[in-house]
Design a protein around this ligand. Structure first.
Ligand code: SAM
Length: 309
């Protein structure tokens, strides 16, 4: 059963958002509302918008709706953020705390966990898109090999064996079916942990279109933030971390003019200025092992116009 979600890098993320009296803050991944609650309690925002595509998160946001500063938007964050931009809204701070909440991981019926038996679903919004079972029962072997490598860093040889085993065992309908297929294909590694972990991650990222959604959301955030506005992103795995790192690096618009030129002629214009990368303390990892792989990346919006999409 779901025991609750411990917010990761809570103090550090809220501090990176630099909320001032009257600020408009967007929590793009509301989850259990850990970060939102802290912002509402300890800063003095004018408005906080919580977003989540999981209908169960909307239920957890209900008590907060009594606070007139808070509103909740159900849906994928890239679509909600784009809608805000189109309506001419602006924000002073936007937070992404990526991946899954403990509410989702610890609920076997959602199908995210490779250690608990449940239906092979893995959709953050079970009412839209295709489930993990539908995906795995129809995907071409070559595409699955590619997805396991791209979204789960599964080594090529292992990915090939797993993909063939999945296809041989179709139809799959439970998390146990997928776990058994992985074990039959690559066995149990004594070092490096259970190989099913990366496979489940890859399938989940693919089924929820997580990386493309994140790219679109960062582009919308660039348009939504006011000059001086803050972007803060907590990542948990290499694929999403690479996207955030590259996005900030590209938007920093480093000047590439030869050093002998007295003024910049290359047109470099920083749209964001990068902040430090923050990792959880040993103490936090000890108290909450799920925080171990977390990285907080942040950036401050400049007054330059947004880059090309
Ligand atoms: C790690 S949890 C956030 C936890 C939250 N910060 C807290 O402290 O309670 C991530 C949440 O983001 C949601 N989420 C992930 N990707 C999303 C997307 N593309 N659009 C909307 N919500 C998303 C998930 O459903 C999940 O509830």
């Amino acid at each position: 059963m779901a025991a609750g979600h411990k917010p990761v890098l809570l103090e550090e993320a809220v501090s990176a958002l630099a909320v001032e009296a009257g600020s408009v803050v967007v929590d793009a991944t509301f989850g259990g509302g850990g970060h939102t609650r802290r912002v509402l309690e300890e800063a003095s925002p004018g408005r906080v918008v919580g977003i989540d595509r999981d209908p169960a998160a909307a239920g957890r946001a209900r008590d907060l709706l009594r606070d007139e500063r808070f509103t909740f938007e159900a849906g994928p964050y890239d679509e909600v953020l784009r809608g805000m931009v189109e309506r001419g809204e602006r924000a002073d701070a936007v937070l992404f705390d990526l991946g899954l909440s403990s509410f989702q991981i610890d609920e076997p019926r959602r199908g995210f966990s490779y250690v608990a038996a449940g239906p092979l679903d893995m959709r953050m919004d079970p009412g839209s898109g295709v489930s993990a079972a539908e995906y795995l029962n129809t995907v071409e072997v070559a595409e699955l090999i590619e997805a396991l490598g791209r979204y789960g860093d599964v080594p090529r040889g292992e990915a090939r064996r797993i993909a063939r085993e999945v296809v041989r065992r179709r139809p799959l309908s439970t998390t146990t079916d997928l776990h058994d297929a992985v074990r039959a294909a690559v066995g149990w590694k004594e070092r490096g942990g259970n190989p099913a972990k990366r496979v489940f991650q890859a399938v989940r990222v693919r089924v929820n279109d997580e990386l493309e959604g994140l790219r679109r959301a960062l582009q919308a955030t660039e348009r939504l933030l006011v000059p001086g506005g803050r972007l803060a992103v907590i990542t948990f795995q290499s694929g999403e971390d690479r996207i955030v790192k590259r996005f900030i690096a590209e938007r920093e618009g480093r000047c590439v003019c030869p050093p002998e030129l007295p003024v910049c002629v290359c047109g470099a214009s920083p749209v964001f200025r990068r902040g430090p990368v923050v990792r959880p303390s040993e103490e936090e990892v000890g108290e909450n092992p799920r925080s171990a792989s977390a990285r907080l990346r942040s950036a401050t919006r400049t007054s330059e116009p947004p880059g090309d999409v």
